[in-house]
Design a binder for this molecule. Structure first.
Ligand SMILES: Nc1nc2c(ncn2[C@@H]2O[C@H](COP(=O)(O)OP(=O)(O)OP(=O)(O)O)[C@@H](O)[C@H]2O)c(=O)[nH]1
Ligand SMILES: [Mg+2]
Length: 299
């Protein structure tokens, strides 16, 4: 098999609704008190929107490291320290099973000044918060969690939410669920590829064997023992196409005549990573966020 460079993945950053979502985001900002930004706790650098500082200038912000149940707990605390040092209000969360109150309190604290100002005028403030984040980061799941039921459509693929949706969480808190937004981190193919790992980019626009090799390599750098065990590898130093072949053979993803079944292999490796089957794992750390994972980051 042939495997090209990462740049060959040709990730399409701007499918139509992404550009539209960005416009909608800008329009809605003036109508909200708080911006709740969701990133993926496994990729707190690559899954953040570098344009948000500019777009949401002057707005109260809360950063949620969502899917914290899938991330390495030590890495998450390091990231929290990092963001707090930058002056950001940040907290880990599991939108599937976390306590809604934790996020509601953060939003209310962020809006405290506006709540007080309204109270001074004898009015009880209705806080409006919008949720933004890359596709598949869990915005609609968080919306449902805070609402206490199913009001927003969710799904483990990008682009499930197509339009803004206001939800009354309480009489005093309204949430705006938004479509996932990608952005070009110019020349940053590493961030691009990591967003593919977590399902923020449609799998059909990327070179899956190449993506899978990179994912296996990144996971091996961080959790070699778990990867070797899960994929029946005897050599954690394998890299490139040989690594993919070894996983195919180790897990028995073979076609007639014992040729490797790459399609099946890629699907399974990506699915198992996304489902947390390798245990809690974080692929980037605050001291070298935009770099390749390194072996000294092992548990
Ligand atoms: N393990 C885990 N899974 C989560 C969490 N939050 C969301 N998910 C899952 O992630 C997938 C995507 O969730 P959505 O809420 O649809 O994501 P979204 O950000 O609204 O996605 P778009 O609308 O496509 O932008 C779903 O399968 C959720 O069940 C979390 O905190 N932990
Ligand atoms: Mg959604």
């Amino acid at each position: 098999m042939s495997v090209g460079g990462v740049a060959g993945m040709n990730i399409n950053w701007y499918p139509g609704h992404m550009a539209k979502a960005k416009r909608l985001l800008r329009d809605q900002l003036s109508r909200v008190d708080v911006v709740v930004e969701l990133c993926d706790a496994r990729l707190p650098y690559s899954s953040r929107n570098p344009e948000l500082d500019r777009l949401a200038q002057g707005k109260k912000r809360v950063l949620i490291l969502n899917k914290a149940d899938l991330a390495d707990a030590n890495a998450t605390s390091l990231w929290l320290g990092h963001f707090r040092k930058e002056g950001l209000t940040a907290a880990p969360f599991n939108a599937v099973g976390g306590k809604p109150k934790e996020v509601v309190s953060l939003i209310e604290t962020a809006a405290a000044e506006a709540i007080r100002r309204a109270a001074d005028k004898g009015v009880k403030k209705v806080v409006r918060a919008m949720i933004v984040g890359v596709p598949n980061s869990g915005k609609s799941t968080l919306t449902n969690r805070l609402y206490g039921g199913t009001i927003a459509r969710t799904g483990d693929k990008p682009g499930v939410t197509r339009a803004n949706q206001w939800v009354n969480v309480t009489p005093w808190l309204q949430l705006l669920d938004t479509p996932g937004l990608l952005w070009p981190r110019l020349d940053d193919q590493l961030a691009a590829r990591r967003l593919c790992y977590i399902g923020s980019v449609k799998d059909d626009v990327v070179d899956l064997p190449m993506l899978t090799i990179h994912l296996l390599e990144d996971m091996l750098s961080v959790k070699p023992d778990s990867v070797c065990e899960r994929f029946h590898l005897s050599d954690s130093a394998l890299r490139g196409p040989e690594l993919l072949d070894a996983v195919c053979r180790g897990r028995g993803f073979l076609l007639k005549g014992a040729a490797c079944d790459y399609d099946r292999c890629c699907t399974v490796v990506l699915d198992e990573f996304r489902a947390g089957k390798l245990g809690r794992i974080t692929l980037e750390w605050p001291d070298k966020p935009g770099k390749e994972a390194a072996s000294d980051e092992a548990e």
